[in-house]
Design a binder for this molecule. Structure first.
Ligand code: LMR
Length: 336
């Protein structure tokens, strides 16, 4: 009796094991994990947009597609996140457009050109138009899939002195992202650019390794830079935005239906990010004013015009690096 019972169960177990082995590939393919790494706080335009993407994808896939978000450079920082994506250690990133130059996409540094955009709608005419589409498509040459652009906002200058005129920048060591355009911008102002990872910036300011930097207010505030910078000057001198990129092998491995869910969720999350970015930066500015830690300087049109004239040579200096045609395409689009 026991032998028959035992033999019966062993047959069930064998079938179950066989079924698992046969179905495992489908079961494994059905459970998709997207590891999404970024370097800013959750309560920033990027952090909130990525969380929205996570919620939409997990809801619409019934949990079969899971997104694990690693904010604030907890997994990878500026200097290694792109390598991690290429190696497949993460599936998605949303780096600043300023960080694509060093990995072979110097044309993305066009977004760093100072005073190129007067308002965010100018940016959208690029990111949501033909130039943006071509830029995203170019990412495939390095095994990246460009899924879309979204905003943070315009950058302001900070230091332990007001920065309203070119003379104010003389000799300052300014933390920058790894962008030749941003470095040239600060050299034109008589300052010394110092490339540092975003996650190291506050510490470097506190330690006096650098004297100042540039950020949208949401990054300045959420990194608590107000505790180590006495002056924020509202220069509105250049734009900071992002491109969401996926690992090509991961993207190709998705079932078509899953790829459609991810694509749609991403488009809605990017639209959400754009819709909240301005308000998030405004809220950060109000919080900063209320904190009373940092003097906030509004520049006059004449002061902004003087800064603009001082950094104008950057366009010619970096035209070859970015690609003169890219700059012409952007300027033609903006002039229409
Ligand atoms: C920076 O490094 O200043 C920004 O790119 C950080 C970010 O992702 O907003």
């Amino acid at each position: 009796m026991w032998r028959a019972y035992r033999d019966g169960w062993s047959n069930v177990a064998a079938c179950a094991l066989l079924a698992c082995l046969l179905l495992a590939p489908l079961a494994l393919r059905a459970d998709v994990l997207i590891r999404f790494s970024h370097v800013v706080a959750r309560d920033t335009p990027k952090g909130l947009a990525v969380e929205r993407f996570k919620r939409l994808v997990e809801q619409r896939s019934g949990g079969r597609i899971r997104v694990t978000v690693y904010p604030a450079a907890r997994l990878y920082n500026d200097l290694d996140e792109m390598e991690a994506l290429r190696l497949g250690a993460v599936e998605m990133l949303a780096p600043s457009l300023s960080k694509f130059g060093p990995i072979g996409f110097p044309e993305f540094e066009l977004f760093d050109l100072p005073f190129l955009f007067e308002r965010i709608t100018d940016v959208h005419r690029i990111t949501q138009g033909d130039v943006g589409r071509r830029l995203l498509a170019s990412l495939s040459r390095q095994g990246l899939v460009g899924l879309g652009f979204f905003d943070n906002g315009f950058k302001q200058m900070s230091a332990n002195r007001p920065l309203r005129a070119p003379a104010d920048f003389q000799g300052l060591r300014m933390r920058v992202q790894a962008s030749r355009v941003i470095a040239a911008q600060f050299r034109a102002l008589g300052a010394r650019p110092v490339v540092l990872a975003f996650s190291e910036t506050r510490h470097a300011l506190a330690a006096g390794v650098v004297d100042g930097t540039e950020n949208p207010v949401s990054n300045f505030w959420t990194q608590r830079m107000n505790e180590v910078q006495t002056d924020l000057s509202l220069t509105q001198h250049a734009y900071l935005g992002y491109a969401v990129v996926a690992n090509q092998r991961f993207w190709d491995s998705l079932l078509p239906a899953d790829r459609a869910v991810v694509t749609q969720a991403m488009q809605e999350a990017l639209a959400y990010g754009n819709a909240i970015a301005d308000a998030e930066n405004e809220r950060a500015l109000q919080d900063l004013r209320a904190a009373g830690t940092t003097r906030i300087h509004v520049l006059s049109p004449a002061q902004r015009a003087e800064l603009r004239a001082t950094v104008q040579p950057v366009y010619d200096q970096l035209s070859t690096r970015i690609g003169a045609q890219w700059i012409r395409d952007v300027q033609q689009t903006l002039s229409r």
